[in-house]
Ligand binder design. Sequence first.
Ligand SMILES: C[S@@+](CC[C@H](N)C(=O)[O-])C[C@H]1O[C@@H](n2cnc3c(N)ncnc32)[C@H](O)[C@@H]1O
Length: 278
Amino acid sequence: MIRLAIRVARADAEIALAELLELAPAGVEEVDRGDTVEYAVYGAAGELPALPDLRAAAGAALVEVTTTRVADDWASRWREFHRPVTVGGRLHVRPPWADAPAGSADRPDRHLIDIVIDPNQAFGTGAHHTTRLCLEALLELEPAGPLVDLGCGSGVLAIAAARLGWGPVLGIDHEHEAVRAARANADVNGVQIAVRHGDLLHGGPAPSAPTVVANLLRPLLEHVAHRGFQGEPPRVLVVSGLLRAEADPIAAAFAAAHGLRERTRRESGEWTALTLAR
Ligand SMILES: C[S@@+](CC[C@H](N)C(=O)[O-])C[C@H]1O[C@@H](n2cnc3c(N)ncnc32)[C@H](O)[C@@H]1O
């Protein structure tokens, strides 16, 4: 097994990470190295991202690329950064290998909704800033009626929405691996959601519902704003995956095209999520 690590300047780390996650959607290990941040992926030779792609993703932030053969503990190290995360004191998202939160009657965390997510090859452990911001946004809304999750990855948002009370819930993703992971995760969590393969870039207007959540990167959100929705635009649209400077133009695009106005802005690290509503 090989550990492929790329060290980038701290100042540009979030931007480099956004690019890296396109190459390694299941997530990367993050190691703080002072002025630099190291991101690493594990895999067999031939399964890892190509070096030129990695260098291009890191751009000017690149300091060093290293490859190391790793021994038996690689699997546990890989799992280390898929850590459980609690959002808003209500949602507990954990990988299958982490224990359920203790929930005896005298513990305050008995109110936690326990969600088990195995990301497999899909994006979305719950721990990424962009996912967490969406979960926080969902918690602030009144769960009501149908919801669509555009770019559902592991299904974490769709499953959380179903557990919170939205229904029916539809997730779509252009990665077959994500569709498989989201369906498997829905089964594990005992929720009924529909998950479809679909490409937002080439599939016409995006599926719509009264509530839509879209944790996508800026170019795809711009495309959705421009291309529009099947039928009525959502009444509430949560968009995430935006760097801070990208939030205003995206808010403006949805306001101009669909009359959706900014209600809430959340920030975490370099990332921003917006709740837009008609
Ligand atoms: C940032 S991840 C979000 C995953 C999950 N919803 C979450 O919040 O953790 C973006 C997802 O969008 C999907 N995606 C990217 N481009 C897409 C496209 N053109 N059509 C449909 N899905 C796409 C990716 O495969 C990925 O699963």
